[in-house]
Design a protein around this ligand. Structure first.
Ligand code: GTP
Ligand code: MG
Length: 137
């Protein structure tokens, strides 16, 4: 597969970092297939991150992800999922490599600027959670 799903998290949208993040995405060789600004309810954030239900940070995660608008995108590139995970860097910005989006924009392990799908299967599930078939044609 050559597509992945990403979203700019609420703290980064609130801090006017969408442009800087999109610039790094495009300079990283990704084409934006679809893009929208929207806001999740806490219940929708809970559904999106349901794989983490039961983890100690789950409540905080759902609250953070529904605290304001997000910018959702479907991205296209050869080897999109793995290459995008490389571009965003480690979950914890203290461990993120220089040149990564999280190194540049993350504030903490929770407020880490962007989400990136972790498998082709999840990229498809997450893309269809946010975008209709027409929007991601
Ligand atoms: P995503 O691309 O957002 O899925 O991040 P990830 O794949 O690098 O990390 P993971 O899927 O393990 O965790 C999902 C999200 O939960 C992270 O991006 C963080 O926002 C949040 N998170 C993970 N671990 C912690 C933690 O220890 N503390 C807090 N506060 N948040 C965490
Ligand atoms: Mg993840």
């Amino acid at each position: 597969n050559n597509r992945t799903y990403t979203m700019v998290k609420p703290h980064a949208v609130a801090d006017n970092q969408v442009g800087g993040i999109v610039k790094m995405i495009e300079e990283g060789g990704f084409r934006i297939v679809a893009m929208k600004k929207t806001q999740l309810t806490a219940a929708q954030a809970g559904k999106f991150y349901e794989v983490h239900a039961g983890r100690p940070f789950y409540g905080e995660l759902c609250e953070m992800m529904s605290a304001g608008p997000i910018v959702a995108m479907i991205l296209e590139k050869d080897n999109a999922v793995a290459d995008f995970r490389t571009l965003i860097g480690s979950t914890d910005p203290a461990e993120a490599a220089d040149g990564t989006i999280r190194k540049a924009f993350a504030k903490s392990k929770g407020e880490n600027a962007v989400h990136g799908s972790d498998s082709d299967e999840n990229a498809e599930i997450e893309s269809s959670f946010f975008f209709s078939g027409l929007e991601r044609y």
